[in-house]
Design a protein around this ligand. Structure first.
Ligand SMILES: [Mg+2]
Length: 197
């Protein structure tokens, strides 16, 4: 365990929700957010697949109707990110190398939205959350709904680092404002642990 990972507060999320579909337009407006970047794997689709999380399509329609601009910001390869982008009618950025902030900053600029009015939602602390925080965007942690099968040993190591990080920052994960947005489950959990759906 790299000690810098433990002390790096950039991986503490501003908000926590169980699932990305729990985020409403009203939540986002209350956060001062006009645009939402979403991760793909274990946030919008089942890990390593093109299978959508239940409720994603109507959720996207609701956000669109309320004027929230949603875009995909994923570390997956660009062809897959664009394929899912077309299906979901979202702008997409693949190969983002999160926690690198370049593509998040660029997509905010392209949409003419200040980075402080952009939220980035995703299931991994050291990619999605860290990217949002270091860019100056709003960070939203979602719980991954299933243990990863693809790149399993790599992600198992990353999840272990997250566990240690969450234990070290336990108090911050339990702050009332963050809990307000946590709809179900525990903010200290690593997985939502839905095995079948
Ligand atoms: Mg993910």
């Amino acid at each position: 365990m790299n000690i810098e990972k433990i002390v790096n507060r950039d991986a503490v999320p501003d908000y926590i929700v169980k699932r990305v579909t729990d985020l409403t337009a009203r939540d986002l407006y209350e956060m001062g957010v006009k645009a939402l970047g979403v991760d793909l794997d274990n946030t919008v689709v089942y890990d390593g697949t093109d299978r959508l999380l239940p409720g994603v399509l109507p959720w996207l329609d609701d956000l669109r109707a309320e004027g929230i601009k949603v875009f995909i910001l994923s570390n997956t390869n660009s062809p897959r990110a664009h394929r899912l982008g077309r299906r979901l009618r979202l702008k997409s950025h693949g190969s983002s190398s999160k926690p690198a902030i370049t593509k998040l900053i660029r997509s905010a600029r392209e949409q003419g939205i200040d980075i402080t009015e952009v939220a980035m939602a995703g299931d991994r602390l050291f990619t999605d959350v860290e990217c949002a925080n270091s860019a100056g965007a709003v960070s939203v942690r979602t719980l991954p709904f299933k243990k990863e099968v693809y790149f399993a040993s790599f992600t198992a190591r990353e999840r272990r680092k997250e566990e240690i990080f969450i234990a070290a920052h336990r108090g911050e994960f339990l702050e009332p404002e963050r809990l307000k947005y946590f709809r179900g489950g525990s903010p200290l959990a690593i997985y939502e642990d839905i095995e079948n759906e």
